[in-house]
Design a protein around this ligand. Sequence first.
Ligand code: NAD
Ligand code: UDP
Length: 314
Amino acid sequence: MKRILVTGGAGFLGSHLCERLLNDGNDVICLDNFFTGCKANVLHLMNRPYFEIIRHDVINPIFLEVDEIYNLACPASPIHYQHNAIKTVKTSVMGTINMLGLAKRVGAKILQASTSEVYGDPQVHPQPESYWGNVNPIGPRACYDEGKRCAETLCMSYHQQNRVRIKIARIFNTYGSRMSPNDGRVVSNFITQALQGNDLTIYGNGQQTRSFLYVDDLVEAMVRLMNTGDEITGPVNIGNPEENSILELAQLIIQLTGSASQIACRELPLDDPTQRKPDISLAKALLHGWEPSMSLTKGLAITIDYFKNIKSHR
Ligand code: NAD
Ligand code: UDP
C-alpha cells in the first residue's frame, strides 16, 4: 500500500483524485487550507480508514512520510487566483519548493499540477509541449501563469540537481462535479446561469476557444503519468483536443438544460487567451494510448445534474 499526499485535495480536482487513489487501495492524505476547497467535497471519504485530512497551508513546510505527492494546491479560477495575487505566487513558488523539499527528504515521487496557462495567449496552435508560450509577465493573469511556470522550473531544477523524481502535468480546462458554483469559470457560470434562467454572460464575442476535459479523464491521465518510469520527467499536456468556441459552449448548455436563458455579451477581460487546444500526441504515446473518453455533451449533462442537486451536496 502506497501512502500518497494530495495537496489541494479538498478542491474540485483534488477530491476526485483522492477518491480514485483510495479506490485503488492507497493510503491517502488530503492536505488543504480550504481557501477554495471545502470539506463537503471529501465528506463522503471521511469514514474511509485509509483517508485523512490535514488543514495546512503549503507555503509553510510540513514533515510527513509519503511515497508519492500530487501537488494541486493553488486556486485555479481567475477570480480566485486574482483575489490575492501575491498569495497565489507564494502558493505556486513557496508551496512547490516545500513539496519538492519534502519529496527530496523522503525520496518520494512528485507530480506537479501545471496548466495550459503556461502557454499564455498562444501563437502556436494546437499547443505542443515544446512551445514556450506567450505570457504577459505583469498582466492580471501573471500571478497564476508565471507562478506555475516557475513551479515547472523548480521541478526541473530539483530533478537535475537533486535527482528528485518529478512529473509535470499541463492540465487544460477541466470540468465536472464539485466545481464551485461561484468560481467564475465558464462552465460553472453558464450552467448556474442557465439553471436560474439568467442571461449567459459571454465575455467578448464568444469566438475565443477552449478545449474542455471531463474530470474522470483527467484523473485517469494523472494516475497514469505518476506511474510512468523515472525517465519520464518533462511536461505532458493533459487535455481534450476537441476545441469549442465559448459561444458554442453557451448554446450547448442552453440546449442541454432546456433553459429559456438568452446570451448577453460582456467586456472581454485583459489578456484573455484567444485560442487553446492541446496537442496530446505525447500523452497518447507515454500513457498507454490515453485520450479523453467522455464526450462534451455527456460530460456536461452529468455536470448539469450535479449543479441541479448541489444543495444536497454542500
Ligand atoms: P480548486 O480551487 O477547486 O482546488 C485547489 C485546492 O487547493 C483548493 O482545495 C484550495 O483550498 C487549495 N489551496 C489553495 N491554496 C492553498 C495553499 N496555499 N495551501 C493549501 N491548499 C491550498 O481548483 P482545481 O480546479 O481543483 O485545481 C487544482 C489544481 O489543478 C490547481 O493547481 C490548478 O492550477 C490545476 N489546474 C486546474 C485546471 C482546471 O481546469 N480545473 C486546469 C489547469 C490546472
Ligand atoms: N468566460 C465567459 N463567460 C463567463 C466566464 C468565462 O465568456 O461567464 C470566458 C472567458 O473570458 C474565457 C473562457 O470563457 O475566454 C474560459 O474562461 P475560464 O475562466 O473558465 O478559464 P480560462 O480563461 O482560465 O481558460
